[in-house]
Write a protein that binds this ligand. Sequence first.
Ligand SMILES: *[C@@H]1O[C@H](CO)[C@@H](O)[C@H](O)[C@H]1NC(C)=O
Length: 341
Amino acid sequence: MNFGGTLRLNKFACFTLAFILFLIIYWRSGGSNYPTDKSDLVNLKSLLKAAIYAAERGGKKVIDGKNHDLHVKSKGKTQEGANDPVTDADYASHCAMYYSLKNTFPKLSIVSEEHSKADSSCEHQELIDTDAMIPEHRVIDFMNDEHVFTKDVTIWIDPLDATQEYTESLYQYVTTMVCVAIRGVPIIGVIHYPFPPRTYWGWFTKKISSNIANVPHQEENKEHPKVVVSRSHPGKVAEIAKEAFGPMTTVTSAAGAGYKVMGVVNGTYDVYLHATAIKKWDLCAGDAIIKSVDGKLTTTKGDFIDYSSSENVKVTDGILVSRYDHDFYLKKMPKILSALP
Ligand SMILES: *[C@@H]1O[C@H](CO)[C@@H](O)[C@H](O)[C@H]1NC(C)=O
């Protein structure tokens, strides 16, 4: 009898079989994509807190800036011929927001409306303590951690939305915004108003900040929608809105994409309609917040916006935002927009 030999053979066969099985399972589960290093992952809960801190730090720079000479410069004209101003406060807020995030999360890709001027103090921003509790947003600490691949994340920041109005002392429209997009989808949005300071946020499929009111759906609003449009070109888009949604439509003009989206979120307006080109840093945070309350932000053709890359920052098909009845409003769009001059 040769038990030993059979046993050895079986052992070898078993080992080989197990190894092959392991390889198959590893391959099937996309094993090679697994992070080799903890820093390849980022915790979304920490990112939400960091986004709130960054937006609020930017807001403080915006408040400080108003007491100093703004040094208003022009970045040129927008496509529609409106002045596109930039102030020292835009840069100061950019430095605070961009570098406090970048220094805390060095591997993240961050897109900002502004670029820092050649000023070395810009990069010296304090790290954000993502373990510290934010008293007004305590609820975040009761949420679960959630990790995503760092490479899938794009952060969009707008250090000062409504700069034109800021230079005109129309401070109510001014916001600072931070947005976390994952594989191009806006997931976390933070909109901070410096005047007076308050912060709203939404984490899609999870939670919204407790200061965002519940707005009940009102079917009859479709008959007489309240529409908000851009203050810089109210004429044309007001006409489009009335033609699309009917003569009972009320059109209000306001500044700041952040401000207008928040007006839809809180039920002041049913629709935010934008007919000209707009940049993604103006939209991403509001997009995440409106999604978090089950609303929608799309182009006027009904497409969602892809926030994955900084290559293409401009959206040219117009914007339609609503908390309710998005498809109803969208259906009214195409024939009207194609009638545009
Ligand atoms: C709702 O949002 C609009 C626009 O952002 C703002 O003017 C208004 O004060 C807000 N109302 C409430 C109750 O928050």
